[in-house]
Design a protein around this ligand. Structure first.
Ligand SMILES: Cc1cc2nc3c(=O)[nH]c(=O)nc-3n(C[C@H](O)[C@H](O)[C@H](O)COP(=O)(O)OP(=O)(O)OC[C@H]3O[C@@H](n4cnc5c(N)ncnc54)[C@H](O)[C@@H]3O)c2cc1C
Length: 430
């Protein structure tokens, strides 16, 4: 990998997401050598992926080069590589570009879509966990309408204009809201020769309320917002099969659709060598102690979505969200320096700063401790917080200008098929 030897201890961080970047920043001017490895050369701001999928933002505005974030840090090295294995006994990380030895290793690999073992759904559905996946979804949505124009078969046209989203966390809710706004504001202008009133957005959940990590008040209000926008919400329904054409559910309801978006769950990204059963909690997350140390290891740590720190307040680990990831990254940065300097470590304490989700124009829900509010003010708070946490001045400006433009013009100009997705539509001709 061509990393020079150093007299300082080497910390290898796998993953430049919220947790990995927060950690690297904390180590910036310390007497350690930091090697950050990521399979992408950018940090992706995942909370805004749904806006890329729905043409509200260009992907560049929610991504930021990792090298630029850390450019002024001495003793810092970035390598664009996919980590394939960890050899804990040799203290070695194996990647597709070579191997690197570590003194301390930090897993900050995040999470991936969880299909709960259903390979048929995995093959045929769309996920929205990365920028390339969001671009695929954007292309598919637009291609469906182009295709709908070409058919004179009602059932085929309806299937092309039927969007089924499984999962009612912020991802599913925000995507459903954005699609509903496109149906109302954009499709009638773009496709005057198509009866876009027949566009359907179905949001399916196995539970009985949306945004279940938030307050009941937020759930109910968000549900009202979505229904007002024409989204059909299905409760206590489990999707069991999707062959690329028909969604089958456990209660017998079926949906003909060209687009199933699977946002029903995530699991930690594991790596060979650190995947023994006894290391993992539910959702494939590495069990860590209060110092984010992976159980059984003194020099291996995990932070963010991939880490499961079981506490009295969070028996199943902290929520897989940006705040716990950033807070753990910062705290581990301090603890690694303490470890190197032979000082005592500080246990991690999560400060819950609240949660929020947006449903669309002037519609959001916010829970800040006992302070809960919804509607226009919540929407402005949601926008401000997302702008604040975006990395890079240019990105903030571009997103802000886009939002103002979209708000004033009722528009989403990034509805472009740059990289076709090429779904096989032949199955709808049967
Ligand atoms: C669509 C969507 C919407 C979301 N909305 C919100 C929200 O509104 N609020 C909120 O708080 N959270 C939200 N989240 C969750 C939030 O983004 C995650 O909790 C957060 O990104 C976790 O940070 P992390 O650093 O643990 O992982 P990530 O940010 O996922 O970073 C992991 C990094 O590891 C890299 N990596 C993984 N495996 C390898 C490998 N083998 N080799 C090299 N590199 C590797 C990846 O490329 C990635 O850069 C959302 C997530 C999604 C997908």
């Amino acid at each position: 990998m061509n990393i020079p030897q150093s007299s300082f201890p080497r910390i290898v961080i796998i993953g430049g997401g919220f947790a990995g970047i927060a950690l690297a920043k904390k180590l910036s001017k310390k007497e350690v050598q930091v090697v950050l490895i990521d399979k992408h050369n950018y940090h992706a701001f995942q909370p805004l992926l749904y806006q890329v999928s729905t043409g509200g933002l260009e992907p560049d505005s929610i991504a930021y080069p990792i090298r630029k974030i850390l450019k002024d840090f001495p003793n810092f090295f970035f390598r664009l590589a996919k980590v394939e294995e960890i050899r804990t006994e040799e203290q070695l990380v194996l990647t597709n570009i070579g191997n690197i030895a570590y003194d301390y290793l930090v897993m900050a690999t995040g999470a991936e879509t969880n299909y709960y073992g259903n390979t048929e759904i995995e093959t045929n559905s769309m996920a929205m966990k990365s920028i390339p996946q969001s671009l695929n979804l954007r292309s598919l949505i637009l291609e469906n309408f182009e295709q709908a124009l070409l058919t004179d078969q009602y059932h085929e046209r309806d299937a092309l204009m039927n969007f089924v989203i499984v999962g009612v966390g912020p991802t599913g809710v925000e995507l459903a809201g954005a699609l509903a706004e496109i149906k109302k504001g954009i499709l009638p202008k773009d496709y005057p020769d198509l009866d876009t009133r027949r566009v359907q957005i179905n949001l399916i959940q196995s539970g009985d309320r949306i945004l279940k990590e938030m307050s009941v008040q937020a759930s109910e209000k968000a549900e009202g917002f979505l229904e007002g926008l024409g989204v059909q919400i299905w409760k206590n329904m489990r999707v069991t099969e999707y062959d690329g054409k028909t969604v089958t559910t456990d209660i017998g309801e079926r949906f003909e659709t060209a687009t199933l978006v699977w946002a029903a769950g995530v699991k930690g990204v594991g790596i060979k060598g650190l995947d023994a059963k006894e290391l993992l909690a539910g959702g494939n997350r590495l069990i860590v102690n209060h110092y984010n140390q992976v159980i059984g290891y003194n020099n291996i740590f995990a932070v963010g979505d991939v880490a499961c720190m079981q506490t009295k307040e969070a028996p199943n680990g902290h929520p897989m969200m940006a705040q716990p990831a950033m807070q753990q990254g910062k705290q581990l940065g301090e603890n690694l320096v303490a470890l190197v300097e032979d000082r005592p470590l500080k246990p991690f304490r999560y400060k819950d700063k609240g949660s929020m989700a947006t449903v669309g124009r002037n519609k959001a829900v916010v829970d800040l401790g006992n302070f809960k509010f919804q509607g226009v003010f919540a929407w402005f708070v949601w926008m401000f917080v997302h702008l604040f946490f975006l990395i890079g001045f240019r990105n903030r400006m571009v997103v802000f200008v886009n939002w103002v433009y979209n708000y004033v013009r009722f528009d989403r100009e990034a509805r472009l098929i740059i990289r076709p997705f090429n779904k096989d539509y032949k199955m709808f001709k049967d």
